[in-house]
Ligand binder design. Structure first.
Ligand code: WT7
Length: 631
């Protein structure tokens, strides 16, 4: 592909051109994709009005780019390798031709189930090929997919379904994940008690669990899909038609339905993928993320297929049935490019090098990380032990809202530095600002990470709440997209993400809002008030620490704690369970009643020496109690 950057000099030129002549730069790249009708303009709108548009006037279908386009030359090339949870059960492979047929049949199944262009379809599934196929089937007919991670609770699922009024739900009877079987259909049944918009449920059978089917509402995938026609014309979509909605947490309120549109997302995902990972036609690429998160959308599903290469999908978890599983998967499928999260790297690092060393990993060429800051020790272990010092490590910074990678080295092309995401991708104009909003200039600076201009992959809105979109991302610094992350720039101009500067916790690469956890905890009848903060955690990056004021009539603290964990699991899911709970008699509040989270964060992190100014506290004495009771 002419837009693949092959040297540092080419990177510098591409970067410069992307800012000086963005229309020409992105226009040329976008033309290398398949359009039903080419776009009239490259870009319009800005971050002041928050009305960004890319490739307007264009008509396309993203699945024609991911599938049809490859059929002639690479129809027999492997598109998808499915590695099941059980190590010895059978791998499934799909060529581009086979995947195309499955997607068409599934698209026809959706159509005959009444799904129309623009309808929202919820996917609450485990990591089986039919999940990836369902995403593409929705896109094929212009339905908007909204995937809800299979670890979320019934309440979280119903909240999301209701927020975007999905008409149809696809789920599995159950999902295999390591030793566990997740009762997806049962959880969905619970959720659907409060989801009036859902008229049909399609169930893909995976675990053969005992489930109940509701007459007239529930249908088996295999009954409907097997009889569907194997050709389905791709719906003509406008560039700015929505492709998917994905819910993500912020510092306030309920999770937001982030909306991505078609053409810009496609171009950004494909462009960043090829350049960051430096793939070629023979690459076998494995992204270990779940499709329930944005990484699984962009870099497991869309970008590899659009680039015509093999993508590996793994149903299980890193340590099942043993801590060498990841490395065995790489060996078995001769994976050349591997992309995972720092949490997994840290957890596997703790299991000892022998698990890695006994696998034959000579196929590996590039290693990637995503989702949270990677510490130097984990970076070096990944590079030296997993990559045997021969594979560049790409540390890719991005967000659900950015659609694709924003800051990263390009494998083997631009410099790498442990724990640094390093340099922005072409089109990404970074500004670091201090709390007053002043731009920081030069090198050796640290501030809040902002982006000055739009790029093709940026989310366009929050579903049915554009004001919230504006408010959340564009009001802190007017005219700039504010990421919520802190960032350092070193003496050579390389960037290092330091973590969230807002009330968002990043647990194992999953974003969780402190307010969301507090709202869940507050529903527990024993709780009077709660405050939740993050603290450094050796494996997860950050852990969740909850300070609670409780009704003392139930005296057994262990009982209270258990009951809190249950409430959070019911309201959100196990991923939001606090790692530590401290029951307290009061919280550090200012005279105006505001909780001083800064103090709580320090106590939770064990930094009790220097708590800063506590003179504005209503009751400074409470701090001593909190320090003493730290768990
Ligand atoms: C937040 C976004 C992007 C896909 C997965 C997470 C953190 C992400 C890095 C990285 C340091 C990172 C940021 C960001 N983050 N990648 N390479 N280094 N931090 O998507 O759930 O939208 O979370 O993840 O804090 O804001 P997300």
């Amino acid at each position: 592909m002419f837009w693949q950057i092959k040297s540092y000099e080419e990177y510098q030129n591409a970067y410069k051109k992307s800012l000086s002549e963005p229309e020409e730069f992105w226009g040329e790249i976008a033309k290398s994709f398949q359009w039903k009708k080419e776009f009239d303009s490259v870009q319009s709108g800005d971050f002041k009005k928050v009305d960004v548009k890319w490739f307007e006037g264009g008509i396309l279908n993203i699945t024609e780019n991911a599938l049809d386009r490859h059929l002639e030359k690479r129809g027999n090339h492997t598109a998808l390798i499915f590695e099941p949870n059980e190590e010895n059960s059978e791998t499934k492979k799909y060529t581009f031709q086979e995947l195309y047929t499955e997607v068409c049949k599934t698209a026809n199944m959706l159509k005959s189930s009444g799904v129309k262009k623009g309808d929202r379809v919820c996917l609450y599934m485990s990591m089986v090929p039919e999940l990836l196929i369902s995403l593409l089937a929705c896109a094929r007919i212009g339905a908007v997919h909204t995937v809800v991670f299979g670890g979320f609770s019934a309440k979280a699922l119903s909240d999301r379904i209701n927020d975007c009024e999905c008409s149809l739900l696809i789920t599995n009877d159950g999902g295999f994940r390591g030793e566990k079987t997740i009762p997806l259909k049962e959880i969905a049944d619970e959720a659907l008690k409060t989801c009036p918009s859902i008229s049909k449920v399609i169930i893909h059978r995976r675990t053969y669990s005992d489930i109940s089917l509701q007459n007239g509402r529930d249908f088996w995938w295999h009954d409907l899909q097997s009889s569907a026609a194997s050709e389905c014309p791709a719906e003509p979509m406008q560039s700015e038609d929505p492709l998917f909605i994905l819910y993500t947490s912020g510092s306030t309120g309920k999770p937001k339905g982030v909306v991505h549109t078609t053409a810009g997302y496609m171009v950004w995902g494909a462009y960043t993928f090829r350049n960051v990972f430096q793939i070629n036609d023979k690459s076998i690429y494995w992204c270990s993320a779940d499709i329930g998160w944005v990484t699984g959308h962009t870099y497991l599903t869309y970008a590899p297929l659009i680039n015509g290469i093999t993508t590996v999908m793994f149903e299980g978890v890193p340590n099942y049935p043993h801590p060498g599983r990841f490395w065995n998967v790489i060996e078995k499928h001769k994976v050349s490019h591997f992309y995972t999260a720092p949490t997994a790297i840290r957890a596997l690092m703790g299991q000892g090098d022998h698990w890695v060393e006994r696998a034959e990993l000579s196929s590996l060429k590039v290693l990637g990380t995503v989702g949270e800051p990677i510490n130097e020790e984990a970076w070096i272990w990944y590079h030296d032990i997993v990559g045997r010092k021969k594979c560049p490590v790409v540390d890719t910074w991005w967000q659900t809202e950015t659609g694709g990678i924003m800051i990263s080295n390009l494998a083997g092309v631009t410099p790498m530095k442990p724990s640094y995401a390093t340099l922005p991708l072409p089109g990404v104009e970074i500004v670091l600002k201090n709390d007053k909003g002043t731009d920081l200039t030069g090198n050796n600076i640290e501030g809040n990470l902002c982006i000055k201009r739009s790029w093709p992959g940026i989310a366009r809105t929050v579903f049915r709440d554009h004001d919230r979109f504006k408010q959340t991302y564009f009001s802190t610094y007017e005219g700039y997209y504010f990421t919520g992350d802190g960032c350092k720039k070193d003496e050579n101009g390389l960037y290092r993400i330091t973590g969230r500067v807002d009330d968002v916790i990043n647990v194992s690469g999953h974003r969780i809002g402190t307010a969301e956890v507090e709202d869940a905890i507050d529903l527990n009848p024993h709780v009077i008030e709660s405050a939740v903060v993050g603290y450094p955690h050796d494996i997860k990056g950050q852990g969740i620490y909850a300070f609670l004021i409780c009704d003392q009539t139930l005296l057994d603290q262990e009982e209270i704690k258990k009951s809190i964990l249950k409430t959070v699991t019911q309201q959100i899911g196990p991923i939001a369970k606090p790692d530590k709970i401290q029951i307290v008699s009061g919280l550090p509040k200012t005279r105006s009643g505001k909780i001083m989270r800064r103090i709580l964060r320090k106590i939770a992190s064990g930094e009790t020496e220097n708590l800063g100014d506590t003179s504005t506290l209503l009751d400074p004495q409470i701090v001593e109690e909190l320090k003493e009771g730290k768990v």
